[in-house]
Design a protein around this ligand. Structure first.
Ligand code: SF4
Length: 750
């Protein structure tokens, strides 16, 4: 491949969880056209408006191509950066890390991992090695503004935070969608290219779609039934559904019944959640709640799926647990048409391996004493960890692909905290509202300049598929994994000139040695040097991937399984390989001590009691509640620098219902002040009956244009940062997840 040769290439879109196949036409060394790959085994030609913008992202003049080192500040206080070569950038990273460690110890260095890293092969293979090398005890990520309740509920129920059931939407008879809008998001924790088409296919084959959401979203408009619910009260609704299912006897079905415990305890725990009680809290009429439960119970198959609106609330983990409880009780967990577990081709899980009880709280955050979950602290704690003096105060951060100043709670204080750091190393393609505080920014290659395999999203995929995409363009820039490996070696004391291949080799050897020592592995007992010599791949991450694929559940076992999967076999299939619909995986997947599912293994009984204590407040509440929303042309803050995605009517508007607008004397286009306990902002008003009365909505990821950031297009479409309203003192205590939905706010004309 040369960069100037005209050609057509195929690759997986890395921009969201849907993983659509793209057909990219290259002419004169540039992208001429991008369209959906009609032969992709999974997406079959589907593409959304974001997919074709990989060209614009590749060509974005603001995307960093060289490292930046901060040289000081101008008179206005904005940081002044200088472009440097990689040797100088690594030397600076080495210098600032050593200075902070010498002055304050290793505990003064924290990490933040953003969402885009989840879509990058090199980040998936190497980030954990950087965390380990840094020895950073304080790790934060976008998971605690997004999905940590899903991990925690899975941890208690199935023994692993990584075992997440997804809706088998292609075979279900009833799709119930709570707090999600796949017509805009294309799905999350459910990788399903053309999610809208799959929803419509449910209806076309005679099935039903029910959406439960405070907003009449595009998905709700398509549904057979939309139930408007007060933000944050999903757990009450689901507890009432569970109660009704138990009362009507729609339980005990499916093969999970053979290893499911705790039904009687659940019956007692939800007894007070009658439909009338739930109606008062949720705003959904009692007969509708009973009808919902009856429809789920009677359906031949039902996939009851909850996403962001069910996770980013005070009872996020309880809500997620109740979603799974419904699937478990009705025989819809691990059964076709219900909620099922994918099996990615690189998976390390060995069937039948004993587990240990799921644990959180091995450590606690220094200032707020909140428990560690999945190795992380709540990102809502990050400003306090930086700003509050004392032993262990964070003085330095390493950020990878993130912009927490816009995406995390209490945005203004988050900004103040990053400004207070003594040093910061950022791995990022943009000089954004967060990385403007960095001492050194190390930009990885653009999306078209690196190879791709979805490590994370094949784990959430509604079919078992595998795709590999080679890099489209060559680049002089070091790969993501080279940057992360070099930082890891710097952290380990090998200095800025260390060769990243040394770490790649160590990772591959470690992975293969573990396989050699695993009796069930296809390479058990083989010689390490022999296997290492057989590993294929042009980059460090590709070599790690090849080792994972070949020792995975469909792997060729380095020759032991003829015709098995390898990187080279994937290369021969540019449209991917389809391994078919999901298959039941329980009880083999369980990592609970007895390989059984105990509905009450975790703190859920106590959390139901906490939920009961909130019922009166919700029933009497007349305050406006703020929720987020997603747009098809946006994902996170970093997509706002592409003109093609931000053109048209401003989208960062405060939506409110006509009744509330009339009460407040507001009309379309007015400016309104929105206040929460922690902050306030002014936003343009959009009056719409798509939000229910009592609910206002702002999208997330906006608020661009801070001094020193270098995202010119985003600055022209700045919008407001909804997270200045997010209260960091209120989180889901079981998971540490921030509460971004259902925030009580006051709205007044500006
Ligand atoms: S739906 Fe997601 S994966 Fe598919 S083209 Fe759009 S951004 Fe890319």
């Amino acid at each position: 491949m040369t960069d100037t040769a005209d050609r057509t290439v195929f690759r997986t879109c890395p921009l969201c969880e849907a993983t659509c196949g793209l057909e990219i036409e290259i002419k004169d060394g540039a992208v001429k056209r991008i369209r959906g790959d009609r032969d992709d085994v999974f997406s079959r030609g589907f593409i959304c408006p974001k997919g074709s913008t990989l060209k614009h992202l590749h060509e974005d003049p603001d995307r960093l191509r060289k490292p930046l080192v901060r040289r000081g500040f101008d008179e206005s206080g904005a940081p002044v950066f200088e472009e440097v070569d990689w040797a100088e950038a690594y030397a600076e990273a080495d210098r600032v890390l050593r200075e902070v460690r010498d002055a304050h110890g290793n505990e003064a260095v924290g990490m933040y991992l953003g969402n885009p890293g989840a879509h990058v092969l090199g980040a998936a293979t190497h980030t954990r090695h950087l965390i380990k090398a840094l020895g950073a005890g304080a790790v934060f990520s976008a998971s605690t503004v997004d999905q940590m309740p899903r991990h925690v509920a899975s941890g208690y129920l199935y023994g692993s935070g990584g075992s997440m059931p997804v809706p088998d939407i292609d075979r279900t008879d009833l799709f119930v969608c709570i707090g999600a809008n796949p017509y805009a998001s294309n799905g999350s924790i459910a990788t399903a290219p053309d999610f809208p088409g799959r929803i419509e296919a449910v209806q076309a084959r005679g099935g039903r779609v029910i959406v439960i959401d405070p907003r009449r979203s595009r998905t709700a408009e398509q549904a057979d039934l939309h139930l408007s619910i007060k933000p944050g009260t999903d757990a009450v609704l689901l507890a009432a559904v569970v109660r009704r299912l138990l009362e009507t006897g729609h339980v005990g079905r499916g093969h999970v019944a053979d290893f499911l415990d705790g039904i009687d305890a659940l019956r007692v725990a939800v007894d007070s959640f009658t439909a009338d009680v739930a109606a008062a809290a949720t705003g959904i009429a009692a007969p509708a709640i009973e009808a919902l439960a009856d429809e789920i119970g009677a359906a031949a198959s039902a996939a009851v799926y909850g996403r962001i609106g069910t996770c980013t609330v005070e009872f996020g983990t309880l809500t997620t647990w109740l979603l799974d409880a419904i699937a478990l009780l009705t025989g819809n967990l691990d059964e076709p048409g219900g909620m099922m577990f994918p099996q990615p081709s690189h998976e390390r899980v060995r069937a039948g391996k004993a587990g240990r009880p799921y644990r959180v709280g091995r450590r606690h955050s220094r200032v707020n004493n909140r428990p560690e979950v999945q190795g992380e602290f709540p990102v809502a704690d990050l400003p306090d960890e930086i700003l509050e003096p004392g032993d262990g105060q964070l003085k330095m951060m390493v950020t990878v692909a993130g912009n927490p100043v816009l995406s995390c709670p209490d945005g203004d204080r988050m900004d103040e905290a990053f400004a207070a750091l003594e040093a910061m190393i950022s791995v990022d393609i943009y000089l954004n509202e967060t990385t403007r505080h960095a001492s050194v920014i190390l930009p990885p290659p653009g999306s078209l300049e690196k190879s791709h395999y979805d490590v994370n999203f094949t784990n959430l995929s509604i079919r078992n598929v595998a795709n590999f995409s080679p890099a489209v363009f060559e680049t002089e820039m070091p790969s993501e994994e080279d940057i992360l490996a070099t930082l890891a070696l710097i952290a380990l004391g090998f200095g800025p000139d260390a060769d990243p291949d040394a770490l790649h080799d160590q990772v591959i050897s470690g992975l293969l040695q573990a396989e050699i020592e695993t009796p069930e592995s296809p390479v058990a007992g083989r010689d390490l040097d022999e296997l290492v010599a057989l590993v294929d791949g042009d980059t460090g991450a590709e070599r790690v991937l090849d080792a994972m694929l070949r020792t995975g559940p469909r792997g060729d076992g380095f020759g032991a399984v003829p015709g098995g999967l390898s990187l080279s076999l994937l290369r021969e299939h540019p449209h991917g390989i389809d391994f078919g619909a999901l298959e039941p995986r329980l009880p083999g997947l369980l990592r609970t001590p007895e390989a059984r599912i105990d509905l009450f293994a975790g703190p859920f009984a106590a959390d139901l009691t906490r939920l009961t204590g909130r019922l009166a407040e919700w029933s009497d509440d007349s305050r406006l509640r703020l929720v987020g929303r997603r747009h098809l042309r946006s994902n996170n803050s970093w997509m706002h620098n592409l003109p093609v995605l931000v053109k048209g009517k401003p989208r960062c508007t405060l939506q409110l219902h006509p009744e509330n607008a009339a009460d407040l004397g507001l009309v379309d286009g007015d400016a309104a002040i929105v206040r929460s306990r922690v902050g306030e902002l002014t936003a343009p008003v959009e009056v719409t009956d798509t939000v229910m009365p009592g609910v206002v909505s702002l999208p997330h990821g906006w608020g661009h244009g801070k001094p020193g950031a270098r995202m010119g297009v985003a600055a022209e479409h700045a919008g407001v940062n909804s997270n200045v309203l997010t209260d960091p003192s209120i989180i889901d205590p079981l998971s540490g997840n921030a509460v971004l939905n259902g925030i009580p706010v006051e709205v007044v004309p500006a």
